[in-house]
Unconditional design. Sequence first.
Length: 319
Amino acid sequence: MRPHSRRPDRPSTTSPTPNRSPRASTPARAWAELLRLPALFTVPGDALAGAATTGARPDSRTLLAIASSLCLYEGGMALNDWADRTEDALERPHRPLPSGRIRPSAALTAAGALTAAGLALAARAGRPALTVAVPLAATVWAYDLALKRTPAGPAAMATARGLDLLLGATATGGSVHPALPAALTLATHTLAVTTVSRGETRGGSPLAPLAALSTTGTLAWRLTRTPGASGEAPSRHPAADALRTALAAAFVTTSGRPLLHAALNPSPPLTQRAVGGGIRAMIPLQAALAARSGALTSALLTAALAPAARHFARRVSVT
C-alpha cells in the first residue's frame, strides 16, 4: 500500500545517505529498513478516516482493521524488496537484500506471513472487512510483482490506498457506501504522488508535479467544504470544522511546497523530496477526512502520528 510506483525520497546513488553501511547495521535495523518502519505511521489513519465516515465510534473491530492494514502494508514492503532484489543489486546495493543483511527467502517468507496475518485479522473484524481485505491484498501483490512498472502501476497503488480506507469503514460500520467519497479523495492523492514518483530516479517533465500540485489544491479546497450530498456524515462539532481547515492547510503545505520545487526543477533529488512530501501528507489528509466527518478524536489521534513519523524517519529511511 505504498503510494508510489518506485521508492520515494530515494537519494541518487552518488549522494551520501545515513545508515548505508552494512557493517553498522544490526538485524533489527536491517528489518526496520526492509519494512520501512517510519512509513507505518501513514497507515492507521486510513482505517480511522474510514471508520469516521460511518458515524460510529472506533471500536475493537476498528483496531483489528488497523492491525490488518499494518500487516498487509508491511507484507507489501517485504515483497517489494524481494521483487526488486536484482535491480537493487545494481542501483541500491545498500538495501538489506542486496547487501546480504537479509536473505531473499526470509523477505518472501515475511511477505507471505504478514499478508496471511492481515487477512486473518480482517476475518476477525467480520465478513465485510474480509471482503475488502482480500482484494486489497491481491492488489498489493499484483502491484509489487507485475504492475509496478506498467502504466497501470499508479492506478493500482491508488486502489490499494482507497481499499485500505474502506477496510476501516467496513470493519466499523459494515458498509463501504458512506466511505466512498473519502476513499476516492485518498486514492486521488495517491495517484498523483505515484505518478510523480515515476521520475524520482532520472528526473523528468514538470507536468507530473504540476498536475499533482493542482490536485493537492483541489483536494484541500474540497476538504474545507461542508459535507452534504457527497454521502459523508456532516460535521457535528464546530471544533471539527476548524480542525479540518487547519489540517487541510497542513496537507497543502506538506505536499504542495516540494511539488512546486519539483515543477520548477524536475531533477531527481527534488522529485524525490516531492514524493516524500506526498507520503507525509497522507497523515494530515487522513486526519482532515476524519474531522470532515465530525470525528474530532480520530482526527487528533491521526494528526498526532505526524511528529512520530518525522522523528523515526531521521533514524530509519522510509525508502
